[in-house]
Design a protein around this ligand. Structure first.
Ligand SMILES: C[S@@+](CC[C@H](N)C(=O)[O-])C[C@H]1O[C@@H](n2cnc3c(N)ncnc32)[C@H](O)[C@@H]1O
Length: 293
């Protein structure tokens, strides 16, 4: 076994002891980032390449700093995004909802479907849609200036790597409750992973100490921002337009009724994440403009 793989084994035990959920994966990913190789290529790193940064980064992870903040990178579907202090690190559960939206946009009989990503954070959802549905136009809205700076960086990097996408993913600063008024009644799909944690609920240190508060907390029942997404979606969507909104694993029923109780929505459904937990709600806006629904 190589020196690095020995070190990864010791680091894995140290991270497990610190309560890290996926200690082996995290130790391997930190080693891979330090040595700038893929995770499956760690055995090719020569013993002479020892780098003390590995142990300082393992110490940060053991102190429960999120992996993505340590490596500065987050992977989301086919994208590599830059993340760090001030922005929510995108999560795998959001990839499932984004995949649902991508499939619906691809199926739409619309030349250039228009999507809105409410609370874009790093830009993950908007950029994944832009990358996987190149004919779509995506409007990404973010209120927090720190998060917006990360989104801007990721959009710029992405356009540099794929210049034909220039102008397809547009970043808007502001509150999604009153954003994008110029698009009222015309949007084909609204998607959002808004803050949805009830104030005072337990969250692990990686979340509570590193994700920005504006990305997490949303009133006593965690539903304030989701209710705002419902109101914004009814304003933005054209008749027949779709909404998808992520929620916490225990909120499936409550979020179903945020849409089910309001007139104008039809075919409201719960969808699950990869772990089989209710994770997002979708609905279809069926009201005609001006019918008061
Ligand atoms: C849970 S994070 C999700 C970020 C990103 N969409 C993702 O899935 O990785 C929620 C984001 O919504 C933003 N946000 C919260 N309330 C907002 C509002 N009223 N208007 C605009 N952005 C908001 C937060 O600043 C944060 O970046």
């Amino acid at each position: 076994m190589s020196l690095l793989l020995d070190e990864v084994a010791i680091a894995t035990a140290r991270l497990a002891e610190a309560g890290v959920e996926s200690p082996r994966a995290d130790a391997e990913l930190i080693a891979a980032a330090v040595h700038q190789v893929k995770r499956g290529e760690l055995h090719t790193v020569p013993d002479s390449a020892f780098d003390a940064r590995f142990w300082s980064e393992i110490a940060r992870r053991a102190a429960r700093e999120p992996l993505q903040h340590i490596t500065g990178r987050a992977h989301f579907r086919y994208l590599e995004l830059e993340v760090g202090p001030g922005v929510f690190a995108p999560r795998p559960e959001t990839e499932v909802m984004t995949g649902w939206a991508i499939d619906r946009l691809r199926d739409m009989d619309v030349a250039e479907p228009v999507a809105a990503d409410l609370g874009t954070g790093s830009g993950a959802i908007a950029l994944a849609i832009g990358q996987e549905v190149p004919r779509a136009r995506v409007h990404a809205v973010e209120a927090d200036p720190l998060a917006r700076a990360w989104a801007e960086r990721n959009i710029t990097r992405y356009v540099e790597s794929a210049p034909y996408t220039a102008g397809r993913v547009m970043l808007h600063s502001g509150d999604f409750r009153d954003a994008l008024g110029e698009l009222d009644g015309t949007v084909d799909l609204v998607i959002s992973n808004p803050p949805y944690i009830p104030v005072g609920a337990y969250v692990p240190p990686e979340v509570g100490e590193y994700d920005p508060p504006a990305a997490l907390w949303s009133g006593a029942d965690g539903l304030n921002a989701i209710r705002a997404v419902e109101r914004t979606a009814r304003r933005l969507l054209r008749p027949g337009g779709l909404v998808a909104v992520e929620h916490g694993a225990q909120q499936g029923s409550a979020v179903y009724w945020v849409f089910g109780e309001e007139s104008g929505w039809r075919d409201t459904r719960n969808h699950k994440d990869l772990a089989g937990r209710n994770r997002f709600v979708v609905s279809v806006w069926s009201a005609e403009p001006g019918d008061g629904a």
